[in-house]
Design a protein around this ligand. Structure first.
Ligand code: CA
Length: 223
């Protein structure tokens, strides 16, 4: 789960980044509106935390621009004053929610979770199930036919990504971008290597193979 934070106050940005990383999110930070807009358009994020008052291009302008180029990206806007005028500015520019500074980190996290749940319900399911394979996203463990499977952090990230897209084909490029943050074709075969690692742990000892290769298209997990 990747979050872009656009915030020009370094202290606030560091505070948000640290908290979100501790909560298990991947975080990138931009310190002005133009860079924030560029990053949000170049890479794929699951959510944007956007400050309203920013140098260069303000949060409202960034929001209006991204509503056209990234209409599905959930945007949580941070406003400094909390006047009704600011609140209105946030919603009118297309933000999905807003939060008034200063805020408790727990409040920010709750808003983020609610937005993510709304936009991608599978990502927040406590349990993801495919046949007799189940992963517990709170404890970050996988179990097949009642047997716990020991996975590395990357193997877990790949498996939970495939489970979130259960029954849908995901291309190598999509997986490389979303799990490894590789956004261009480097000729790397890291995805295939890790899919093989997973196969050995998940499928090898079972008659029903859950991980499928669709030649020329990508991979899919399905029962
Ligand atoms: Ca600011």
């Amino acid at each position: 789960m990747k979050i872009l934070v656009v915030e020009d106050e370094q202290k606030v940005a560091a505070f948000i980044r640290q908290g979100l990383e501790e909560a298990g999110y991947q975080v990138e930070v931009a310190f002005d509106g133009l860079n924030g807009k560029r990053l949000a358009e170049e890479k794929r994020f699951d959510l944007l935390v956007l400050d309203l008052l920013l140098p260069g291009m303000n949060g409202r302008e960034v929001c209006v621009a991204l509503r056209k180029s990234q209409p599905r990206l959930p945007i949580l806007m941070l406003t400094a004053l909390g006047t009704s005028e600011d609140k209105l500015a946030g919603f009118e520019s297309g933000a999905d929610d807003y939060l008034v500074k200063p805020f408790e980190f727990s409040e920010l996290l709750a808003r983020i979770k609610a937005l993510v749940r709304r936009s991608n319900p599978a990502a927040m399911e406590p349990k993801l199930i495919a046949g007799d394979l189940e992963i517990d996203t709170d404890k970050k463990v996988a179990i097949r036919a009642g047997q716990p499977i020991s996975l590395t952090a990357k193997e877990y990230a790949l498996l939970s990504y495939l489970m979130q897209h259960k029954g849908k084909v995901v291309s190598r490029q999509q997986i490389a971008a979303d799990v490894w943050d590789i956004h261009f074709d480097t000729g790397t075969n890291v995805v295939d290597v890790y899919v093989n690692f997973l196969r050995k742990k998940i499928d090898k000892d079972h008659e029903t193979k859950l991980i499928q290769t669709l030649i020329g298209m990508g991979y899919m997990i399905d029962a």
